[in-house]
Design a protein around this ligand. Structure first.
Ligand SMILES: N[C@@H](CCC(=O)N[C@@H](CS)C(=O)NCC(=O)O)C(=O)O
Length: 309
């Protein structure tokens, strides 16, 4: 996969696979967004940019928070994607000033820390005035966008600990577990990951009994994160990542939940199934050596069944 070692791109380095098991690496950059940046985020044009990939679920959560927070015209989105030559590349065009100085995502990391060692991941919140990454943590970026907004409250004060705990549980039990299943090089590890995925989906299906979102009637960060994984489930996780036991559409409440969020017009615009398929099937190295892209399953994302309430 490749990563930066002491500020130099090393195409063969990879710390995510340990004895055939996928281990997500912690960020080597500080990720929390300080109060001064928070104050400037919604008031400053042409300074802050979200670098994101349309295939990546962690990016997707940040893009959704940006859109819901009404920051579309303040924080520009720079898309990354395409074939992974030195990790993520920047897609042509985009709003970042001096765009031609940056071909690869890792160049933003070395602009921030010339000796950076670690993975170059999306999403990234970039400060173009100071040429530095403010945060490369989707959780912290979502919280920052949320904190600047009066239109959404994804981490309501009274529910903060519960929302954060459920978000973490969804990460461990589902969003990261599908990667463990998909990338596993050992049968037992794969079985364990798939058991975890479907145990978590079963629990979440039960939780949605009689309620619209995970905490009732309002969207929280946990819903946004869950949506970003579920909207990809039948397209890539149930197929390419071999989470084959059931599909999203086999879970009536989770399927209704995902459609309900998908059909919010601002959110629908953030979903690109072609990019999702391309991003997973093409850029997965030896997992799909011939680069054949699986078809999009026939799913009626516009169905209103169960959504009249
Ligand atoms: N800490 C990150 C992790 C995001 C992440 O793993 N992004 C993937 C894309 S879905 C990535 O950039 N992978 C590139 C790599 O690991 O080299 C977050 O949640 O924001």
């Amino acid at each position: 996969m490749g990563m930066l070692i002491d500020g130099k791109w090393d195409a063969s380095a990879d710390r995510t696979m340990v004895s055939g098991t996928y281990r997500r690496e912690q960020s080597a950059l500080p990720t929390s967004v300080d109060d001064q940046i928070l104050a400037e985020l919604s008031n400053t044009q042409n300074r802050f940019f979200l670098i994101a990939s349309a295939s990546c679920p962690w990016s997707h959560g940040a893009v959704i928070a940006l859109v819901l927070a009404g920051l579309k015209h303040t924080v520009g989105i720079q898309w990354a994607g395409g074939p992974r030559r030195e990790g993520y590349g920047l897609l042509p065009g985009g709003p970042i000033p001096n765009r031609s100085d940056y071909q690869h995502l890792h160049q933003f990391y070395t602009a921030t820390d010339a000796n950076y060692t670690g993975r170059s991941t999306v999403p990234v919140l970039w400060d173009a005035h100071h040429c530095r990454i403010v945060s490369n943590s989707s959780a912290d970026i979502i919280s920052a966008f949320d904190a600047t907004s009066s239109t959404i409250d994804l981490r309501p004060a009274g529910l903060l600990d519960k929302v954060d705990a459920l978000t973490q549980h969804i990460f461990d039990g589902l969003s990261n577990a599908v990667y463990r299943a998909g990338k596993s090089q050992k049968q037992a590890e794969y079985e364990d990951a798939v058991d975890t995925v479907f145990r978590t989906l079963d629990e979440l299906e039960d939780r949605l009994n009689g309620q619209t979102f995970l905490f009732g009637d309002s969207l929280t960060q946990a819903d946004v994160r869950l949506f970003a994984t579920l909207v990809r489930f039948d397209t890539v996780y149930a197929t390419h990542f071999r989470c084959t036991r059931k599909r999203l559409v086999d879970y009536p409440r989770l399927w209704r939940f995902t459609r309900r969020i998908f059909q919010i017009p601002d959110i629908r615009q953030t979903v690109d199934f072609d990019e999702i398929r391309y991003g997973y099937y093409i850029n997965d190295g030896d997992h799909n050596p011939h680069g054949i892209i699986g078809q999009q399953p026939q799913i009626d994302w516009d169905s209103r069944e169960g959504l009249s309430d």
